[in-house]
Design a protein around this ligand. Structure first.
Ligand code: ZN
Ligand code: ZN
Ligand code: FE
Length: 734
């Protein structure tokens, strides 16, 4: 991140001799001069590091005087088997953006402009050390001018590995399915024109392909939705600038920082009612996911584009991984897009856009990928070398070494061969980068997860010690790890599905745990569901089970369900055919959503709960009654009261949220009384629900609890691997 040139400049300023280099241990520098000069250097060194630099630790040692007569930047030193950090991909910096817009600059309108402070990193890196021959830029020998910049310590592009210009670097082309229509600057102008004309484009980006169309063009967005067969799952947007975003969404200071930061994630923001964005972008949602341009090409697309926002959704069919190879374009993208904006810089590792939201003035991860991966999580303690496989949905994997947890980028739902292949590829890649040879493999207890089978294989073939970790214990350990919490805590894990130690499906859990183990203090009362897998996509089945359980005979929503279907489910429930008992919080939300007639069938994960949160009326304070009987948190009375409140669904939705928060708080108070523990960790995918999170965190802090939340790691299953690794480490240490 321009660290060595900065040290070089600083050394010259204080007239010091010596050297600086990147080594596997970090940055190593030797400085030689008078005591006052050295002291002045060190003061400045500590006080004003470059903006992107993050210094974890500074180790100092006094050395006998040497022979140095000048200060030099030496080449990187990589010791075999040693560990180096791999930088994530960074959004274009202001200086490069100025070059891009300056007609007198040789990089004017050049879509691959970058420097030491910005540009592609992880996505183009094939092996370490991070030097040009190890990146996909090896195919583009630098011209004399670029090479001069690259070798000049005073230049912003000193050792900028992807350094390029129009004379020597990659270029873009615009094509339809049959032929190339334009290249270089003309290609981007044509792409803009086609977007204006309502066409759907496949655009090759930094870590993969996007599908794009004008987000205010309703017909275009609907056509894209139809082609992707993605039904209602929200599309991400890219907006021209901050002012455009502020026209569509409510943006506060923390959101502004996240949007404009160097990592440029998609930020989930409250949408302004009746904004110009097509309602087909995020049906049934009150939030929009928006990001700002992060590559020079994105900026060029928006310049005089005549559109304020583009849909920028990962180019893939339904749940397959994002398309990233040029060879896949014909097969996989021809059916989806009308035109193609391509370039010839290869993507080595695919990296999706990251997704965050803002809570309590802080960025909170939902999907951790571009700009974040593979930056390590500093655990603040040394851990064994472990591979943690993650879960089934929103999978990520984790390798540990030293005091670092290295989380992969978002891999996806482990439900098809493509995602499995990506998982294995990512593991191999990260093991090579970080020189990690795990001695143990941690996995979820669910016997049918693909990741469980992978762990079993690794035990058999590689002799790794295999450690099964309970799903919700892993969620809480993940929250503990990123907050560096030690000792015992109360863990509140609220999510959809996690395999329990009793073989049932858990998901509304109050635990007492540390890394070494957990005790289940309380959980949502078990309810039997009919046809576990079908039920997830058909919340009416779930609602029927919860209604019968609560003694409701004829809930109103059933009028929308055929008598025959209803009978099938009732028979299954009566006879216990293909039923599964669950304490899931997510299923309770699904049930209430259907009970209120909001969502009887879903077409993406979490839809029923998301739409229930979206309609919840503000300003409603009271909860419904619930029972807390021993270890069972019983919502039968809640269900009966929801069913009696059908004529005011927005109020019922708010009261229901309040009830779940109140039940969690009450259960935590009892646990405090019984155990003396007053630190609570909140985790699990249901806490992506901001209404529930706000309400729960608020009542717990009002009661005097210290509450820990996720920020760097997602609360959903994308954060599981971190917890699995910490628990495995604790087991190995015994
Ligand atoms: Zn730059
Ligand atoms: Zn050049
Ligand atoms: Fe989970």
């Amino acid at each position: 991140m321009g660290f060595r040139p900065w040290v070089h400049t600083l050394a010259h300023r204080f007239e010091l001799n010596g050297y600086v280099l990147n080594s596997t241990l970090g940055v190593e520098l030797e400085i030689e001069g008078s005591d006052t000069q050295v002291a002045a250097f060190l003061t400045e060194f500590r006080a004003h590091p470059p903006e992107l630099a993050q210094m974890d630790e500074i180790l100092e040692e006094e050395l006998p005087p040497g022979e140095a007569r000048e200060f030099v930047i030496r080449s990187s030193r990589v010791e075999a088997g040693e560990f180096v950090l791999v930088p994530p991909d960074i959004a274009i910096c202001p200086a490069c953006l100025a070059d891009l817009r300056d007609p007198s600059n040789r990089r004017f309108a050049y879509p691959f402009t970058n420097c030491t402070n910005c540009g592609p990193r992880y996505s183009i890196l094939r092996d370490i050390p991070y030097d040009r021959p190890q990146t996909t830029m090896v195919e583009f020998p630098m011209c004399a001018e670029c090479a001069a910049e690259y070798h000049d310590p005073a230049d912003r592009r000193f050792h900028a590995q992807p350094n390029a210009c129009p004379a020597c670097g990659p270029w873009v082309e615009f094509r339809d399915r049959a032929q190339r229509l334009a290249e270089r600057q003309e290609a981007i102008a044509l792409a803009r024109a086609m977007l204006r004309a309502g066409k759907i484009l496949a655009i090759k980006g930094l870590g993969g392909f996007h599908l794009a169309c004008n987000a205010t063009d309703d017909a275009a967005v609907r056509l894209l939705r139809e082609r992707k067969r993605r039904s209602d799952k929200p599309f991400a947007l890219m907006a021209a600038n901050l002012a455009a975003i502020e026209a569509f969404c409510e943006v506060d200071g923390a959101a502004r920082r996240a949007l404009q930061g160097i990592r440029r994630p998609v930020v989930l923001l409250p949408a302004r009612p009746d904004c110009a964005i097509s309602t087909a972008v995020a049906p049934g949602n009150r939030t929009l996911g928006v990001m700002l341009p992060y590559t020079p090409m994105h900026h060029l697309l928006f310049e005089d584009g005549g559109f304020q926002a583009l849909v920028m959704t990962s180019a893939n069919l339904s749940e397959e991984p994002i398309v990233y190879r040029d060879e896949e374009v014909a097969d996989r993208l021809y059916p989806l897009a009308d035109y193609f904006l391509l370039h010839n810089r290869k993507i080595h590792t695919r990296v999706d856009d990251s997704v965050v939201r803002i809570f309590e003035g802080r960025e909170r991860s939902i999907r951790r990928a571009r700009g974040y991966a593979p930056h390590p999580i500093d655990l603040g303690m040394p851990v064994e070398q472990i591979l943690a496989c993650g879960g089934e949905l929103k999978n990520t994997l984790c390798l540990t070494r030293g005091h670092y947890a290295l989380l992969s980028q978002h891999i996806g739902d482990m439900e098809n061969m493509e995602t499995l292949a990506l998982w294995q590829e990512t593991l191999a890649h990260m093991q090579r980068f970080f020189r990690i040879r795990p001695r143990a493999v941690a996995h979820d207890l669910h016997p049918h997860y693909l990741t469980t089978r992978l762990a079993l294989e690794m035990e058999a073939t590689d002799g790794l010690e295999r450690i099964g970790v309970q799903h919700h214990h892993a969620h809480i350990a993940s929250c503990m790890a990123e907050n560096r919490v030690r000792g015992k805590v109360i863990g509140v894990a609220m999510d959809g599905t996690g395999y329990g130690t009793d073989g049932k499906i858990w998901g509304g859990e109050i635990l007492v745990c540390d890394y070494a183990g957990f005790e289940r203090m309380a959980h949502f009362r078990y309810v039997a569901l009919a046809g576990a897998d079908a039920a997830v996509r058909q919340p009416w089945r779930i609602a029927l089970a919860y209604a019968r359980d609560a003694g409701l005979d004829h809930p109103a929503f059933l009028s929308a369900v055929s008598a025959r279907q209803r009978q099938v489910v009732e028979t299954m429930l009566d006879r216990g055919i293909n039923t599964v008992e669950t304490s899931s919080c997510g299923r309770l939300f699904d049930a209430v959503s259907a009970l209120l007639g909001l969502r009887l069938e879903t077409n993406y994960e979490g839809q029923a709960a998301i739409e229930l949160e979206a309609i919840a009326a503000p300003g409603i304070e009271d909860p419904y009654p619930f029972d807390l009987d021993g270890a069972a948190i019983d919502f039968r009375e809640t269900i009966r009261r929801v069913a009696a409140d059908l004529e005011q669904p927005a109020v019922a939705a708010a009261r229901f949220h309040n009830t779940v928060a109140a039940a969690i708080a009450e259960s935590c108070r009892r646990t405090w009384r019984d155990t003396g523990l007053n630190r609570v960790c909140l985790s699990g995918g249901t806490f992506q629900n901001l209404y529930l999170l706000r309400r729960t965190a608020q009542s717990l802090s009002d009661d005097g609890f210290t509450v820990f939340l996720h920020s760097h790691v997602p609360p959903n299953d994308g954060g599981l691997c971190l917890g699995q690794a910490m628990i495995a480490h604790a087991k190995l240490s015994y």
